[in-house]
Design a protein around this ligand. Sequence first.
Ligand code: AMP
Length: 282
Amino acid sequence: MHVEADPEVITQAVREARAGGKSIGVVPTMGALHAGHVSLVEAAASECDFVVVTIFVNPTQFAPDEDLAKYPRTLEADLELCRAAGADVVFTPAATTMYPPNSQSVVSVSRISRMLEGESRPGHFDGVTTIVAKLFNITEPDRAYFGQKDFQQQLVVRQMVRDLNFGVNIVTCPIIREADGLAMSSRNRYLSPDERQTALQIKQSLLLAQRMASETQASPAKIADVMRQKLRQTPGINLNYAVVVDTDTLNPVTEGVDHAVALIAARVGSTRLIDNLVLQFR
Ligand code: AMP
């Protein structure tokens, strides 16, 4: 496995692979890898001939008051996981390489990136789409792998790919969870043992929502209300949003739909967590 910080060398490597008849898969990450990331690399390795993992803590997707400076960085362990999962190349650019002082362009998706996460974290998705566009241009992939964990993010990236004719197939992989149900996240390591327990209520609320959807006549709006009530009553949780919305548009859904996604964002202590579950209505 080759580890490389120079974008030109990466482009050269993927072009060589393609010239040899290989399909290219890319897995964009910010490092601090866990089993969730590993599942994306494994999916890429099973479906593509040449797999590029990118590790870059992208400064433009963090607001000034967010955790950029303290975001976990565990490069050596990350490289081991990438190697074991079947990566061919790991791209580890410097921030000054990706954003030289005179860079002036931003990729911005309107509407879907302004809702929910976009409302709570203004500018976040502009940072995401800008870096993902750059990574796509550098790695020229056939397929790119994202986690359902960041449900809105994969929709925003799909929108960008359609709008800008990127010609990359976006693959969304299932959420990998801890044994007790907590969605794996690089940020879970910020949680104290008590907070870690409290955080389980997020998944519990999603399960409650699924039970209501499959076992009762409750409307999507009612289900969202119950999730909000449950989370607002939980000491130690500061709810950001809990909604039940359309899986493609993130617009509210009405009664009679056969599925919808429940999305939750909440702060546990100072750690902001997100999770989601696609609900099947009976
Ligand atoms: P990040 O390093 O947090 O930017 O995440 C990189 C990619 O891994 C994104 O596509 C995430 O959605 C995905 N990811 C993060 N956590 C999980 C998880 N628990 N299960 C599946 N995919 C995940």
